[in-house]
Design a binder for this molecule. Structure first.
Ligand code: ATR
Length: 274
C-alpha cells in the first residue's frame, strides 16, 4: 500500500506542534504515514490546496488564518463544520475534500476526561473569535445554563452571542472591562483570546473563585499562563490549552485512520515540544 501523507496548513506554521503529535502516533501504531507543516500565506489558499491535491494528500489540518476561507473549497462537510462555519480537518478521497471541525469535541474532551458535569453551568467566555465559535457550539451540545461572552470589541461579542442564541443557548454579551470582580459568579471561565501567548497578565481578575470553579485557557504556549497561575492560586480546577490541542488532534487522527488514537503517545510528544 502507498504511504499516506498528511499536513497542517497555515501561516505562521513553523512552531506548530501538530507534526510532532501525529508523527508520534504513526510511530506508535506502526503506520506508514508522514505529516508535515506547510506554510500557505493568506491569499494563496486556492493554489495551496491544488498543490496538496496533486501530491494526493490523504488529509490535512487547517489553522490560522484559513479556517473560515477553507470552507469554500470543500465538497462535503460534517455537521459540526457547517454549524461552526469553520474547518480544521479535511479528508481527501480521490480529489473530493470533506471538512470536519474537531475543535468542538477537542475542547470538550478534557472536561469529559475529568468527568466534570457541565450541564446547567454558568459560563463566562472571554473572546469572540474563531476558536470561541467552536467553544460556544460545544457548550450548546452540553446544554449549559447560560453563557456570558466578554469581548474587547462589543460588536464581535454581540455577534457571537446571537449565534449562541440561535443554537439554543441563553446568552448575553458584555465588554471585558465590565467583568470586573464578577468572575466568582460563574462555574466555568474560559479564555479563548490570544492574550497570554506573549506572557501578558490575565485579562480579567479571578478574585473570589474557588476550588469548584473550572478555569480553562486555550492558550497552550506557555503552558502556565498568568491566567492559569491565578486560577491555581485559588485552587480552581484548571484545564490547560494543550489539552484542547491534543483533543482535536486525537479526533482528527480517528477520522483519518478509523482506529482509536494512541492518546498517551500523542500527549508525550506534545509535552516534549514545550
Ligand atoms: P482565533 O481564531 O484564534 O479565535 P481571532 O479570531 O483573531 O483568533 O480572535 C481573537 C480573539 O481574541 C478576539 O476575541 C479578540 O478580541 P476582538 O474581537 O476585540 O478583536 C481577542 N483579542 C486579541 N487580542 C486581544 C487583546 N490584546 N485584548 C483583548 N482581547 C484580545
Amino acid at each position: 500500500m502507498m504511504s499516506k501523507s498528511f499536513a497542517v496548513i497555515g501561516d505562521p506554521i513553523d512552531h506548530s506542534l501538530s507534526p510532532n503529535i501525529h508523527s508520534a502516533a504513526f510511530r506508535e501504531m506502526s503506520l506508514d504515514s508522514s505529516y508535515i507543516a506547510y506554510r500557505i500565506p493568506k491569499g494563496e489558499l486556492e493554489e495551496g490546496i491544488e498543490g496538496l491535491k496533486k501530491i494526493k494528500i490523504y488529509g490535512f489540518n487547517i489553522t490560522i488564518p484559513h479556517k473560515i476561507e477553507m470552507m469554500q473549497y470543500l465538497d462535503k462537510m460534517d455537521e459540526a463544520c457547517s454549524l461552526i462555519g469553520a474547518v480544521n480537518t479535511v479528508t481527501n478521497k480521490d480529489g473530493i475534500l470533506k471538512g470536519y471541525n474537531t475543535d468542538m469535541d477537542g475542547f470538550l474532551e478534557p472536561l469529559k476526561k475529568r468527568k466534570l458535569v457541565i450541564a446547567n453551568s454558568k459560563v463566562l467566555l472571554i473572546g469572540a473569535g474563531g476558536a470561541a465559535r467552536a467553544i460556544v457550539a460545544g457548550f450548546a451540545k452540553e446544554k449549559v445554563k447560560s453563557i456570558t461572552i466578554a469581548n474587547r470589541t462589543l460588536e464581535n461579542g454581540n455577534r457571537l452571542s446571537e449565534f449562541a442564541k440561535m443554537i439554543g443557548l441563553n446568552s448575553n454579551s458584555i465588554e471585558i472591562k465590565q467583568v470586573k470582580d464578577t468572575a466568582k459568579d460563574y462555574d466555568i471561565i474560559v479564555n479563548s483570546t490570544s492574550v497570554g501567548l506573549r506572557n501578558e497578565p490575565s485579562i480579567i481578575s479571578l478574585q473570589g473563585i474557588n476550588e469548584k470553579t473550572i478555569v480553562y485557557d486555550i492558550v497552550y504556549m506557555p503552558m502556565n499562563t498568568d491566567f492559569i497561575k491565578k486560577a491555581k492560586e485559588k485552587n480552581a480546577i484548571v484545564i490547560y490549552g494543550y489539552e484542547m490541542l491534543l483533543g482535536q488532534a486525537v479526533r482528527a487522527f480517528e477520522i483519518w485512520h478509523g482506529v482509536e488514537a494512541p492518546y498517551n503517545a500523542m500527549k508525550k510528544a506534545l509535552l516534549g515540544g514545550f
